[in-house]
Design a protein around this ligand. Structure first.
Ligand SMILES: [Mn+2]
Length: 405
């Protein structure tokens, strides 16, 4: 847990990036799992970044006109206080550094008065209630909030998503130390697994093993659903079933990351179960070459969108060497390398940031080239977590061997 100073600084930073009069952000809400049970609560990352609170359905307000800030607590029935315990307001104040806390209705009354007729309100609203790319529903608390704030502010709403993304992209020393812990716990997991891999019979065994190792080392679970994919499953980029038996002679692709505090690691390694075939080794070498090529490009000043283009050109030459695409058929690359090389890493595994502005020191990102050939039952990805430094980069996951055996 960080001190309240961190969140206070974040609130002050975001205020300075925009000329809105009031900033208002909502927390996530609890979501039904089944009957009267809920999924484990996961806070909205922007809300957490500004408050440090894992409190469902709360609202944070920064009023720049009056130089005040306050929290509005969730609506709450006595019944819940009895079953789950009361919200500890003094803890809320200590953790967030926000000294004024209102009950739900009283807080919204204050906010209603604060949003005067011309006040510009900075917030983040969901674009839609369903994201077809991921087949997922947006957290309903955001939809409820969206309606309420639109009723109060009408057309005077300014989207501050990008302001927060740009801030979140550059990490403080504290944040970097949390990411390093997440990476080191993940590295330890791979190390222990290597010693025990001969006892593993299925993807499930590996999942259980790593989950246990992460917990033992103090992780807050997995940062995302782990991918433990063997044989043909390795060619499915986001394979999450993790239940197939391991078969000798196939490849095993693992994309896992511990979460430490609220920060993620995101690391992939591919091992061969038995000695690799010549073809498996060739494909591995191609991925490894791309990894080295990409790493060597990284330093402050690099624009990720341009870096991506350079890496993809180099990837083409590797895919060509493997006989997978012809000389002038770069459009075929997407079949064998459908995802991007790098994304930001932090509170979210695919963290907020800007791919069009030059990189600066203290940005953390992944480097994760891969080649997937379903018809050959081959899927290989090597993924590292990299900190941009003033002079170049520091590969935080460098201690984890990359080789197949
Ligand atoms: Mn990744």
């Amino acid at each position: 847990m960080f001190s309240a100073k961190f969140y206070k600084q974040n609130r002050s930073n975001v205020s300075k990036t925009t000329d809105v009069d009031i900033i208002v952000l909502t927390a996530n809400g609890l979501v039904q799992k089944s009957a009267d049970t809920t999924f484990k609560f996961k806070q909205d990352s922007n809300f957490w970044y500004l408050t440090g609170l894992d409190l469902a359905e709360a609202t944070v307000v920064i009023n720049k006109q009056t130089n005040t800030e306050y929290l509005i607590l969730p609506p709450r029935l006595d019944h819940r206080d009895m079953w789950e315990g009361k919200i500890d307001e003094s803890e809320v104040i200590t953790n967030s550094g926000i000294k004024t806390v209102y009950a739900h209705d009283a807080g919204w009354d204050v906010l209603k008065k604060d949003i005067t007729s011309n006040a510009k309100v900075g917030t983040i609203l969901p674009a839609r209630s369903y994201e077809p790319n991921y087949g997922m529903y947006i957290n309903p608390a955001k939809l409820v909030f969206s309606k309420k704030i639109k009723r109060l502010a009408g057309k005077n709403i300014v989207d501050i998503r990008r302001n927060l993304a740009v801030l979140r992209q550059v990490k403080t020393t504290e944040e970097i130390s949390y990411i390093k812990n997440a990476v080191n716990i993940t590295a330890d997991g791979f190390f222990e697994l290597r010693k025990n891999i001969k006892n593993m019979n299925s993807e499930k065994d590996i999942n259980i093993f790593l989950t246990h190792e992460f917990a033992l080392k103090g992780a807050n679970g997995h940062a995302y659903n782990p991918i433990i994919a063997s044989g043909k499953n390795a060619a499915t980029i986001h394979y999450e079933k993790n239940d197939a038996p391991l078969s000798h002679g196939s490849l095993l692709l693992m994309d896992v990351g511990a979460q430490y505090g609220h920060y993620a690691a995101d690391i992939s390694r591919t091992w061969s179960l038995g000695l690799p075939t010549k073809r498996q080794q060739q494909v591995f070498d191609a991925v490894y070459n791309v990894r080295q090529y990409a790493l060597n490009l990284l330093k402050p000043g690099v624009i990720l969108r341009e870096y991506e283009k350079e890496v993809r050109t180099f990837m083409n030459s590797q895919l060509d060497n493997l006989g997978l695409i012809g000389k002038n058929k770069s459009e075929d690359q997407i079949k064998y390398y459908p995802h991007l090389t790098s994304h930001f890493l932090g509170i979210d595994v695919h963290d907020a940031g800007d791919y069009d502005t030059p990189l600066v020191a203290n940005t953390v990102l992944t480097v994760e080239p891969g080649i997937y050939i379903p018809q050959e039952n081959i899927g290989i990805r090597i993924e590292d977590d990299v900190l941009i430094t003033p002079s170049g980069f520091n590969n935080l996951s460098d201690s984890i061997p990359t080789h197949l055996v």
